[in-house]
Design a protein around this ligand. Sequence first.
Ligand code: PMV
Length: 361
Amino acid sequence: MDNTTQFVLKQKELFTKTGSVTWESPSNIALVKYWGKNPDQIPANPSISFTLNTCKTTTKLSYELLDVPSNKFEFELYFEGELKEDFKPKVVTFFQRIEAYVPFLKSYRFKIETSNSFPHSSGIASSASGMSALALCVMSLEQEINPDLTKQAFVQKASFLARLGSGSACRSIEGPLVCWGKHQEISGTTDLFGVSYPYLVHDNFKNYQDTILLVDKGEKQVSSTVGHGLMKGHPFAERRFEQAHENMSKLIQILKQGDLKNFIEIVESEALTLHAMMMTSLPYFILMKPNTLEIIQKIWKFRKESNTHICFTLDAGANVHILYPEQEKDVIMEFITKELVAYCQNEQYICDSIGNGADKL
Ligand code: PMV
C-alpha cells in the first residue's frame, strides 16, 4: 500500500504573511487512458500522456495571513478578470481534499486569479491545467513555510495534490511523457502521483505535434466524475483495466524503437476503447458527433494515401486530437486545413505540441 503520510506538512510556524505566486501549467493528452477510479482518486489502471505546450492555465495565488485561522476556506476567485462565484465550489472541494496535507490553508485569505490560453468553453478540458496550476501555487506557499523542501519532494507533492483535484491533472506538472498509476514494468510508477517516463524515447517522438480540432464546444455531456463512475460494475471493466496494463507494456518498446506504426495502433485503439466503454455502460452514451467520425474516416484515408503517420486520439468528448511527427508537419497541416477544418465548429482548431510541463512565472 502506498504511503500518503509522507505528504503531510508537519506543524510549522507561519512566518510568511503576505505574498503572491504565479504558475503556468499545461493540459495533457493521454495515450493510454485513465478511465475508472477507486476512492481517494486512485486510478483503476495506469495511464501515460504527452504533456502539451500551448494549452495552459495561468494562475496567480495571492495570500494574506489571518490573525486567527478561519473555520472555512477564505478566498475569492477571478476567471479571466471576472469574479466567478460559480467556480468556487470546485475549489472548495479541492481544498477539502488537500487540507490534511497542507494544514495551513485556513490560516490564509486567498485571491485566486486564473485564465486559460485556449478559448473558454472550447470543449477543451481545463481541469488538468487548472488543478495542476492551483496545486503548484499552494506548493509554492508551502515552500515559503518550509524552505527545506527539496525540488523532487516539491514536484511529487504538487502532482499528488493536483491528483486530488482532477486525476489527470497529476500528469501536467512535468513532461514530455508522464505516467500515472502503478505499472510492473515502469519503475517509480505509483497511484499517488505522476512521474516522468523513465526510459529511452526515440527521436521520432521528439516535439510530436497535436492539432486539436474543436468539433463540439458545448458543455460536456458526461462529467468525468460520472464517466469514471460508469466503470463500476461495467461488464467489461476488468478486462479493460488489464488491457491498459498490456498497452503500457507494449509502449515501452514502441517508444524506444520509434515504432510509429504500432504507436498509432495503440493510441487509436485506446481512444476508441474509451468511447466503447461509454457506449456499453448503463446508462450508455455516445460522446462522438457525426463530424468526429467524418474526421476519423478522413484521417484513415489520408494516412493510407500519403504514407504519413497521422493518427487521432479522443478525450471523453467529440473533439479530435491529431497526433503526428514534427517532420510530417507541412503535409499534414495542409491536409488538416484543406480537408478537416470544415468539420470544426466555427472552423476552430488549436495547434499544439509536446511540452515540458509547468513553469513558475
Ligand atoms: O482527470 P479526469 O477525472 O477529468 O479524467 C480524465 C479522463 C480522460 O481525459 C478521458 C483520460 C485521461 O487519461 O486523461
